[in-house]
Every structure is written in C-alpha cells, then in structure tokens.
Write a protein that binds this ligand. Structure first.
Ligand SMILES: Cc1cc2nc3c(=O)[nH]c(=O)nc-3n(C[C@H](O)[C@H](O)[C@H](O)COP(=O)(O)OP(=O)(O)OC[C@H]3O[C@@H](n4cnc5c(N)ncnc54)[C@H](O)[C@@H]3O)c2cc1C
Length: 304
C-alpha cells in the first residue's frame, strides 16, 4: 500500500486501523488469510471519513460485521475491511420501534427487548452476528426473516458522501440476502418494528428458541452456521446427508455429524479445507439428487 494512503487512513482512524491482520481473528470459522487493512471506525462520522479516504486513494473496501457468515480465503483480503463494531447505539423510540446501529450484536438486541418487554424480534434469538450482517443477509428462521420487521434502513454510499434512509418496503430482500444496494454501500443503522409485551412472555419465547437451537446445532465448535441455502422444497442438510457426506473430512474441516449443513473447523484448519468440503458436497449432492447447492456463506478474498 502506498505510503500516502496508509498515512491518510491513520490520520482518519488513529489506532483504530491495523495492517496485515489475519482474518481468522475476525470470522467465526477461525480461518482465512490477512486483510491488507482492518479499519474500525468509532462512529458514523469516522465511517464517512474512512470511505472518503478509501475513494480518494483508490483503496477497495468491504464490510465485515461479526464474521459469522463469512469465509475469507487463505490468500487474504485486498484493501480495507471495515469492521462495524464501533457503530453500537441502540435505543427504543416512542413509535414502537428500535433504532439499532449496524455494529450492535443480535445478543444485545435480544437482551434489550427481553428486559423492556418488546416483542417481534424473538425469532433472532441465537442467530449470532451484528445488526448490519443480519439485515444484509435477511437472516431468519423458518418463515420469519428480517424483512418482516425492518421499517427503514440507513445506508451510507460507497464513497461516504451520502446517507439515505430507505423504507423497508422499497428494499429488495430475498432469501438470505438484500439486493439493490450499490456495491460497497454500508448499512449504518436500521429501524425495527416492535410491540409491547410482558417481559416474561418475551423471555419464554427466547428461551424456547435457544433451547431448540442448542438441541439441533453444533454450537460449541467454530462454524458459520448453515453453509448452503435450502433449495426450494428441500433442506441442504438432508441432501448432504443423503449423499453420504455427513462427517466427511478435508484437512482440519469436517461436515458436522450433528447437522450436515454445518462445517466445523479445528485449530490449524485452512480456508482451503472448508472450500474443498463445500465443493465436494456440491458435487456429491448434484450427482445423487441433480440439485446444485448454492452457498449461503459469503466467500471472499483470494485463494492462495
Ligand atoms: C452457529 C450459527 C448459527 C446460525 N444460525 C443462523 C440462523 O438461524 N439464521 C440465519 O439467517 N443465519 C444464521 N447464521 C448465520 C449468521 O449468524 C447470520 O448470517 C448473521 O446475520 C451474520 O451477521 P454478521 O454480522 O456476523 O455478518 P458477517 O458475516 O460479518 O457479514 C455477512 C455479510 O453481510 C455484509 N455486511 C455485514 N455488515 C454490513 C453492513 N453494516 N453494511 C453492509 N453490509 C454488511 C458483509 O459484507 C457480508 O457480505 C448462523 C451462524 C452461526 C455461526
């Protein structure tokens, strides 16, 4: 990276910018090569200044929440990985809504709602990650997804020059994704619809969902949750199991013996091991069922 670009990033962010950082520290699979830069703006103003500096110096950027749905390849990430952890304001509004900044964790939202008796977001209990990742992925369980509760999304343009508030109904949410934002746009905050309820009632539903999750998913090992999207009318996990791939191993990665749509990694695993398993599962499932599985996990960076 050119010296002026590096100096510009340091001028904007001080010690909240780091160079040549292994992405295994920033992703739940605990694998992945280094990002040239990891930048953690403290608030939306710094985020804007950072994006403007990236644009001025021709530095590519990508956005990283908590990395629970991201596989960074072993060759690492070129440019600037913007970590949203600093955007963490969360407040209740008088109009039955929550305003949550992108870096707020789902866990914080769930605790906030449980304590105050705010209902509507219980379905997100146990989905790990940040509010930004939640919205970008249209995360959910069963038939309930983010799209059902989003009233508005605040988005910063890729060059950091413009912020817009987009009504939920105007956004193009699909199965585990949000289309239609310019590449490189950053979700800054989101307005979520809630209703009033008894705190005990909210807590009971959250506990029920957490218990169901603990009984069906391997939560004590590094993973990214479901690796593949479910194809229409079927389940990726069922197809992988039927193709004889449950428990399959590549290097330090294994298709979970608990839930076949999860890949678990061990210390020392490489992203290449995970990628090899992804490709093997796709091949075997296609051979046995004719269905080509599509990854849900975001695969980014360079293969080494
Ligand atoms: C054990 C486990 C269980 C899981 N269960 C579920 C489940 O039940 N349902 C479900 O839907 N998912 C599930 N997931 C996947 C994951 O938790 C969700 O996709 C979550 O929303 C990811 O949030 P994140 O902050 O970690 O996103 P990241 O992995 O950091 O990012 C995901 C994508 O969102 C983009 N992004 C993140 N923040 C922003 C932002 N501020 N602006 C623009 N783009 C942004 C990133 O660029 C990337 O493309 C599970 C994962 C694990 C490990």
């Amino acid at each position: 990276m050119r010296r002026e670009a590096r100096a510009a990033l340091e001028e904007v962010l001080g010690d909240r910018v780091a160079f040549d950082v292994p992405m295994s520290r920033y992703t739940s699979m605990r694998v992945g090569g280094p990002a040239d830069v990891v930048a953690t703006p403290a608030d939306r103003h710094e985020l804007g200044a950072l994006l403007r500096a990236c644009a001025k110096h021709g530095l590519p950027h990508c956005v990283l929440g908590a990395g629970f749905n991201t596989l960074v390849l072993d060759g690492g990430l070129p440019g600037v990985a913007i970590h949203t952890r600093g955007l963490r304001r969360l407040e209740e509004r008088p109009d039955r809504a929550l305003r949550a900044e992108a870096g707020v964790s789902h866990g914080s939202v769930t605790r906030f709602c449980t304590t105050r008796g705010l209902s509507g977001l219980e379905f997100a209990a146990g989905i790990p990650g940040t509010v930004g990742g939640w919205v970008a992925m249209n995360a959910g369980i069963g038939t309930r997804e983010v799209v059902d509760v989003v009233r508005e999304v605040e988005v910063m343009s890729p060059t950091g020059r413009r912020r817009r508030h987009l009504a939920g109904g105007r956004l193009c949410f699909g199965y585990r994704g949000l289309r239609g934002l310019a590449p490189g746009s950053v979700i800054v905050s989101v307005l979520l619809a809630v209703s009033l309820a008894e705190p005990a009632q909210v807590k009971a539903e959250v506990d029920r969902l957490l218990e169901a999750r603990a009984g069906s998913q391997p939560l004590n090992v590094p993973s990214c949750g479901s690796v593949f999207r479910n194809p229409p009318g079927d389940y990726a996990g069922r197809l992988i199991e039927a193709a004889g791939m449950k428990g399959a191993v590549e290097g330090g990665a294994q298709i979970s013996t608990v839930h076949a749509n999860f890949i678990a990694t061990q210390p020392g695993a490489r992203a290449a091991d995970v990628l090899a398993l992804i490709r093997r599962a796709q091949r075997e499932v296609e051979l046995s069922s004719g269905i080509r599985l599509v990854p849900e996990v975001k695969i980014v960076g360079r293969e080494s």
